[in-house]
Design a protein around this ligand. Structure first.
Ligand code: SF4
Length: 316
């Protein structure tokens, strides 16, 4: 069953120099209890896609067309007040930098209580008990004492755990994890991903994992969407993807993964273009080793390759 569906989402930004499109017909679905990874280099549109789902787009962004369905119902036309019922309560965000979600002036406990009061309508001792249970569930040691700590008294990993505790406290059904471990060292990274995976299994939660880190995706997702310049260029089952990526960009991303010794085998030449740059044909063509004449003027469609694979390349 799909808990979330994005259908043909087109979105752009108004700038001093005009309106520029940043997402092009982005479509994907998220099954209940599954993890979908959205990968790509910075600026490819993965975080904007996530912010659209949460209705947290900057003021200069505009959805041109498309739809976002949560549990089969469109949420695009909801008022901000109705959206608040979904954001946090049904769909929670784990950001790259937890300090963007934690207020340094309030204790972790106060911030958890706030969430619980709003979303669970609990008060007093009941709310406090629920908050401490949530801190316990994310393995914060001495949860009762730590409840009174301020964010600056927590390490990076503990702050991320506190954010996850907030998502748990409001029984979110979908976790959107936007580069959740980038700022953390490798050991803590693994612990946070293990925590997210355990919670997902125990609560049958669904996760959207947004990352540029393919190594993280291999171990922690069921399905993968590769984005380039606002387009989904490949989508498919994670295991099949790693056994044989289809799109030249996916192949290049995999080849640029660090080896066991931490050395990348290859780098992808050039940089992704900015949204203000107009590129005819396939947007990857200036960087693509397999580029043909057709690629320079015809945009490849996202085609069905098999039951579980899609690819947007003239050679697929
Ligand atoms: Fe490369 Fe052409 Fe495929 Fe684009 S369509 S990825 S340029 S081969």
């Amino acid at each position: 069953m799909n808990i979330l569906e994005i259908r043909n989402l087109n979105l752009g930004f108004s700038t001093n120099n005009g309106f520029y499109q940043a997402l092009f017909d982005v479509s994907f679905s998220l099954e209940k209890g599954h993890t979908l990874a959205i990968v790509g280099e910075s600026g490819c549109g993965k975080s904007v896609t996530a912010m659209s789902i949460l209705n947290l787009l900057p003021k200069n962004a505009k959805i041109i067309s498309g739809d976002i369905l949560y549990s089969g119902e469109s949420v695009r036309e909801l008022s901000e007040q109705d959206y608040r019922e979904i954001r946090g309560k049904k769909i929670a965000l784990i950001p790259q930098d937890p300090m963007t979600s934690l207020n340094p002036l309030f204790t972790i406990g106060d911030q958890l209580l706030e969430v619980i009061k709003i979303h669970q309508k609990l008060d007093g001792k009941d709310a406090e008990r629920r908050a401490i249970e949530a801190l316990d569930a994310v393995q914060i040691p001495s949860a009762k004492e730590r409840f009174k700590s301020y964010p600056h008294e927590f390490s990076g990993g503990m702050k991320q755990r506190a954010i996850i505790a907030m998502a748990l406290a409001c029984n979110a059904e979908i976790l959107i994890a936007d580069e959740p471990t980038t700022a953390l060292d490798v050991t803590i990274q693994a612990q946070i991903m293990e925590l997210i995976n355990n919670i997902k299994r125990e609560r049958d939660m669904s996760v959207i994992l947004i990352t540029h880190d393919l190594a993280l995706v291999r171990e922690n997702s069921d399905k993968i969407c590769v984005m380039y310049c606002g387009h989904i260029v490949e989508e498919g089952d994670t295991k099949e993807f790693f056994e044989g990526p289809l799109h030249p960009y996916s192949k290049a991303l995999l080849k640029s993964l660090p080896t066991v010794r931490g050395i990348s085998l290859e780098t992808i030449k050039g940089q992704p273009p900015s949204i203000t740059q107009i590129i005819q044909g396939c947007k990857f063509h200036p960087r693509c080793k397999d580029c043909t004449d057709t690629c320079t003027h015809e945009v490849p469609e996202l085609k069905i390759i098999s039951d579980s694979r899609l690819c947007a390349c003239h050679l697929c």
